[in-house]
Ligand binder design. Structure first.
Ligand code: FE2
Length: 366
């Protein structure tokens, strides 16, 4: 496969990171219970809105507003400089710079992405005191060094100590347009891009341009698919044991496990996925890769087996299913010329490709 390189439009601004996600939820009490077990703590609560924080300095990281039906509304990103808000506000469709009447305050500009999601860019939110949590990874005995003697490995049983919001994954019916929109409006850099067999890019892991400072492998992922939707948000914890004990706590709470524990390939994170009360995917992760702005983009086949290198197999409900909504979404893309029949066949083939070919007898040297 010869990949078609993803064109990078000139950025309007370069954001520093993701700040929060916003949902509408029919039952804020149920959302608060799930999020407490997931590892997020309340900041403020009214009859109509719930604000939650993680253990890090962000004043809030998750907002749920009461509404008749559950819906992902959008996300907020941190501007690196105050003047970036003025630059963004001059863009077509952008809001003026407004004061934020939410925990932490500050100012923001609100945009709407090509799929109608709200994208806030915020500057000047006041940080809060981090919560007292474990900040050193557990000492590991190896065949060569034994830092732990006369002592067991007993991580505490409690909700995972989520430190911060790490990334957001979105599916869209217009991959090229939406990836370009996020690169242009937020200054994101494609870290790894997955392409169909004919080289057409169909998924991009994109990171913030933080110059020489480390940036997560991805802050936003845009994936071409059958319909526009939130796929998941991911939340960073300290280490493998925090992921594992967080899983124990959520299991004890009776919540719905989705996928994990495993290690991703692109991004390398140790992951564990859950479903919130309305079925939205949400991920704990630890030990993800970071890159500076100069690291070149990697190109890879569009292939589900590139999602993980070890761990439980990908559950069937993580792959696109032939539901009426999905079929309609794909048919509309073919009719409007956004997707060729050849691309459709390649997408379908990628969805059913066997995971990790070294399993199932492919490895003959044993
Ligand atoms: Fe993720």
């Amino acid at each position: 496969m010869e990949p078609h390189r993803l064109a990078r439009p000139d950025p309007i601004i370069r954001v520093d990171g993701i700040a929060y996600v916003v949902f509408e939820k029919p039952d804020l009490d149920r959302t608060a219970r799930f999020c407490a077990d997931f590892g997020l703590a309340p900041v403020s609560r009214t009859a109509d809105a719930l604000y939650l924080r993680a253990a890090g300095p962000a004043p809030f990281v998750y907002v749920a507003r009461r509404a008749a039906a559950a819906r992902f509304v959008g996300a907020g990103f941190r501007a690196a400089r105050r003047e970036d808000l003025d630059v963004l506000a001059a863009q077509p469709g952008a809001s003026p710079v407004t004061r934020v009447d939410e925990p932490g305050g500050g100012e923001r500009v609100t945009l709407t992405d090509l799929d109608g999601l709200r994208v806030d860019v915020v500057y000047g939110a006041a940080p809060v005191e981090p919560l007292p949590i474990r900040t050193a990874a557990l000492p590991l005995n190896t065949p060569f060094t034994k830092p732990r003697m006369n002592a067991g490995q007993r991580p505490a049983l409690h909700p995972a100590e989520v430190v911060r919001l790490g990334h957001l994954v979105l599916e869209t019916t217009d991959f090229a347009g939406r990836a370009a929109w996020y690169m242009r409006h937020l200054g994101l850099i494609p870290t790894d891009v997955q392409c169909l067999r004919d080289g057409t890019p169909m998924l991009a892991f994109m990171r913030c341009d933080r110059g020489a400072a480390p940036a997560d492998h991805h802050t936003v992922v845009v994936a071409g698919g059958a319909r526009a939707r939130y796929v998941h948000s991911a939340w960073e914890v300290l280490d493998l044991d925090e992921v594992g004990m967080g899983q124990q706590w959520l299991k004890a709470g009776g919540w719905r496990h989705a996928w994990g524990i495993g290690r991703h390939l692109l991004g390398s994170q140790i992951f564990d996925y859950w479903r919130d009360p309305e079925g939205f995917e949400i991920e704990h992760y630890a030990d993800g890769d970071v890159f500076d702005a100069g690291h070149p983009t990697g190109y890879h086949p569009f292939d589900p087996k590139l999602l993980w290198i070890w761990g439980q197999d990908l559950p069937a409900d993580f792959l696109p299913r032939p539901t009426p909504a999905n079929l309609l979404g794909l048919a509309a893309q073919v009719v409007t010329g956004k997707l060729s029949l050849g691309h459709l066949r390649q997408l379908a083939a990628a969805a059913v490709a066997p995971a990790r070919p070294w399993l199932g007898g492919a490895r003959k040297d044993g």
